[in-house]
Design a protein. Structure first.
Length: 126
């Protein structure tokens, strides 16, 4: 398994992919000013476009998205040169999704709803 370099929160570049705009706004409110770069997008396809231009240390993606789902997105990343900590979030998390997530290179899974301390812990964990 790939070893992820530890990056202090203030130097972290964080990408959130979720079609829940309220969740994106909430995470933006928390992380903006605490991390080097915070970006949220609403689809996996948009994230792939952003990843062509910007390098991120941590990528958090929802499982259920319109178009490409989170597992397919991480599968695409697994075949690329993108090196980032990968976290899959979902309100529909079960053991089957967890197992498939780890096969495609996901480092952590987190069921929704979660509190801010849980996501911060996973984002900053070495």
């Amino acid at each position: 398994m790939l070893v992820i370099n530890c990056v202090p929160l203030k130097k972290l570049r964080l990408l959130i992919i979720d079609d829940n705009r309220l969740l994106c706004r909430s995470l933006s409110s928390y992380f903006t000013g605490k991390v080097k770069l915070f970006k949220s997008v609403n689809s996996a396809e948009e994230a792939l476009s952003v990843l062509q231009e910007v390098v991120f240390d941590v990528i958090v993606c929802d499982y259920r998205l319109a178009g490409m789902n989170g597992l397919k997105f991480f599968e695409v990343l697994e075949g690329s040169e993108i090196i980032a900590k990968k976290i899959l979030i979902s309100a529909f998390m079960d053991e089957s999704i967890r197992k498939r997530a780890f096969v495609v290179g996901v480092h952590h899974t987190l069921p929704k709803p979660f509190n801010i301390h849980e996501i911060v812990s996973l984002v900053t964990e070495c």
